[in-house]
Design a protein around this ligand. Structure first.
Ligand SMILES: Cc1cc2nc3c(=O)[nH]c(=O)nc-3n(C[C@H](O)[C@H](O)[C@H](O)COP(=O)(O)OP(=O)(O)OC[C@H]3O[C@@H](n4cnc5c(N)ncnc54)[C@H](O)[C@@H]3O)c2cc1C
Length: 307
């Protein structure tokens, strides 16, 4: 059986939207194909009429600073994100997340847009982006909108994208503004008033085989001396959608970094996270058992980077 009838390779976002919305049957965007081709081949996704390949659209391959924000095109391969100096400088957690996905062959074709659009709660790129408070630029027949990342997810494997909509790219706030030099070597960005910013992504993974981690965690924080001014913590798979530990974040904000604060923050995180058992990866109990160690490890690294 043919998995599709028609394969289109547009060169602009507008052409891609037209191809998706005017197809005479079900149509799907395709980027690296590392998720969707397997889903089609293995019957998890029904055959479609039209595949719209997004890989020839220059705008979706762009990676640049726009005003004070970093723009990463949804079609940029993960291997490029992991070594791009702008991302290394402004979004270290994303570098670490992208660099751990699959192996080199997967990372050379897999994209951040595909990682996010697939909407899995523990997708590594998604968890890295979530701690960075990224926004997605979404375009469809009725124009473009910027969507805060958490609003893109509806449930496991279900995004809020409407039929015919695509993610064009992602925006991330940068923190080295006004020509102020960075502190550290690509590790922390500061704005010259004593506040510094850093991020970190880590995961615990089975040594071989399955694509997604047992558990992953990403942290962005603002540090001022010995105080955590602001913090964002993303954990996968911490619920039906990519999870932010908002109670733990609220507790940690404006507090000194200490063993005592860490202990209470972990209790807050454990009370709100909802780990489940995945047949191929880990039991829920095992994830609860691991999360404290991973939180401490990731927080310590982000804290030191911001120092
Ligand atoms: C061997 C192997 C190992 C893997 N390891 C990992 C891992 O360690 N961590 C991890 O997180 N993932 C892993 N993955 C999963 C996969 O590689 C990633 O999720 C990848 O980022 C998907 O990107 P893609 O470009 O290949 O997406 P595709 O397969 O092309 O698309 C995925 C979905 O997103 C949609 N889509 C793609 N681009 C857009 C867009 N711009 N706008 C709207 N919809 C879009 C497609 O229609 C499809 O539904 C692995 C996969 C394999 C095969």
């Amino acid at each position: 059986m043919n998995l599709w009838q028609q394969y289109i390779r547009p060169t602009t976002v507008a052409e891609a939207i037209t191809a998706l919305t005017s197809a005479p049957g079900p149509a799907l965007p395709l980027a690296g194909g590392t998720d969707i081709l397997l889903d089609l081949q293995q019957g998890r996704h029904s055959p479609v009429h039209t595949i719209v390949d997004l890989t020839e659209i220059p705008e979706m391959k762009s990676l640049e600073l726009r005003d004070e924000r970093l723009f990463i095109g949804a079609g940029v391969p993960l291997s490029r994100i992991a070594r791009d100096p702008l991302v290394v400088t402004h979004a270290r957690a994303l570098v670490e997340a992208c660099d751990l996905v699959g192996g080199p062959q997967v990372r050379n074709v897999a994209t951040l847009g595909g990682n996010v659009a697939h909407a899995l709660p523990a997708a590594d790129g998604t968890i890295g982006l979530l701690c960075l408070d990224a926004e997605a630029e979404v375009t469809g027949l009725h124009g473009s909108r910027c969507v805060p990342l958490p609003e893109l997810f509806v449930g496991p494997g279900k995004s809020a994208l409407q039929s015919g909509e695509i993610i064009v790219g992602f925006y991330i706030q940068t923190y080295a503004q006004g020509g102020v030099p960075l502190t550290g070597t690509f590790l922390a960005a500061g704005n010259g008033d004593g506040r510094t910013y850093a991020s970190c992504f880590k995961r615990i993974m089975r040594p071989q085989g399955v694509a997604l981690p047992i558990i992953n965690l990403a942290i962005w924080l603002e540090r001022n001396g010995n105080t955590i001014k602001q913090i964002r913590i993303a954990v996968g798979p911490g619920g039906a959608v990519p999870f932010r530990a908002r109670k733990a974040e609220a507790f940690l904000a404006d507090r000194p970094y200490s063993d005592e604060t860490f202990k209470t923050a972990l209790e807050a995180l454990v009370a709100e996270v909802k780990f489940r058992t995945s047949a191929m990866r880990a039991t829920s109990e095992y994830r609860y058992h691991l999360v404290g160690t991973l939180l401490k490890d990731t927080l310590e690294t982000a804290w030191e980077r911001a120092g």
